[in-house]
Design a protein around this ligand. Structure first.
Ligand code: PBG
Length: 306
């Protein structure tokens, strides 16, 4: 009766990996997650949806032969993600399909932006991100979610979508995305680690707070519909500050490393998985997150129902 915060299945966006193969592949570094085949993806998303999870976000494992320096495959209308969107929408028209907008799974350099002479070129990257967002919208995505951290991309994507006739497609911006060691297992899952250097020239320094406020103000001005903090568990103060700064819905991403730490400790018998998952996610919501991206989304929805 006096509990202030309660989790609900409708708080969640469920991240799912998809690949070209016809088998669902186990991901060693993310026990319990799979690189889904198209059929597996539709089934898994459908099960989560039936438990009350309203949305999924898709990440592609792209064959090495399709990667190049300008990530051309990322806006191929016949590519993996457009086909996955159509497959999901055909089966579950009301499932909210969110797509990741960034070059890294398609880029032979493994960076979120185009690399020229060792530098990330911001503006050329933004032009490609706009093509990618429009490609996803054309295939039926409800929300596009730029995770690349290039400057000015939210405004460019907004006008690109509007001009192409997709004014009703929303933007969930990775607003305060920190350069984080917690992304390691994800990069293994997609084989998307940078081939050289690191992401510290475009992702944020984890020692910074004010910069997250500045990014929030910029994203709001540029037309974001929702803003995000990533990772979540080590950044609860940032979630709190962002929630005080904006009236937009605030999302937080409990990333692969956070997931793996809980999973591996639970597997070793050192913590109670369900208890720790519920506590960590309630903490993220208590800090101010309206929406949570978590690999535990389907499990939690099942527990809440059960
Ligand atoms: C890259 C992207 C990353 C994640 C989501 N989108 C990794 C990165 O920035 O290197 C990480 C998600 C996770 O760790 O769960 N566009």
């Amino acid at each position: 009766m006096v509990r202030e915060i309660s989790l609900s299945a409708s708080d969640f966006i469920y991240p799912l990996f998809v690949h070209e193969g016809s088998e669902d592949e186990v991901i060693d570094a993310m026990p319990g997650c799979r690189r889904w085949s198209m059929a597996g993806l539709v089934k898994e998303a459908g099960e989560a949806y039936a438990l009350g999870v309203p949305a999924v976000v898709l990440f592609p494992a792209v064959d090495g032969s399709l990667k190049n320096k300008t990530a051309d495959e990322c806006w191929n209308d016949a590519g993996l993600i457009p086909r996955a969107i159509k497959g999901l929408k055909a089966e579950y028209p009301d499932l909210v399909v969110v797509t990741d907008v960034a070059l890294d799974p398609y880029n032979s350099d493994g960076h979120d932006g185009v690399v020229r002479e060792g530098e990330i070129v911001n503006d050329e990257t933004v032009e490609i991100l706009v093509k990618q967002a429009v490609c996803h919208a054309k295939a039926g995505a409800d929300i596009v979610s730029p995770s690349d951290m290039m400057d000015g991309r939210v405004a460019a994507i907004r006008s690109g979508l509007d001009e192409a006739g997709y004014a009703d497609v929303s933007i969930l911006s990775y607003t305060a995305k920190y350069a984080s060691a917690y992304y390691g297992p994800f990069r293994g899952a997609l084989d998307s680690a940078p081939k050289g250097g690191d992401k510290k020239t475009y992702q944020m320094d984890y020692a910074n707070v004010s910069e997250s406020i500045r990014e929030t103000i910029l994203d709001e001005e540029e037309g974001a519909d929702m803003v995000m903090v990533k990772p979540a568990g080590a950044y609860l103060d940032i979630i709190y500050r962002m929630k005080q700064t904006t009236t937009l819905p605030v999302a937080a991403y409990q990333v692969s490393g956070e997931y793996l730490m809980i999973k591996s400790a639970a597997k070793a018998g050192w913590v109670d998985e369900k208890a720790v998952v519920l506590e960590s996610l309630t903490g993220i919501k208590r800090a101010g997150a309206d929406i949570i991206l978590s690999y535990f989304a389907k499990d939690v929805a099942g527990w809440l129902k059960g």
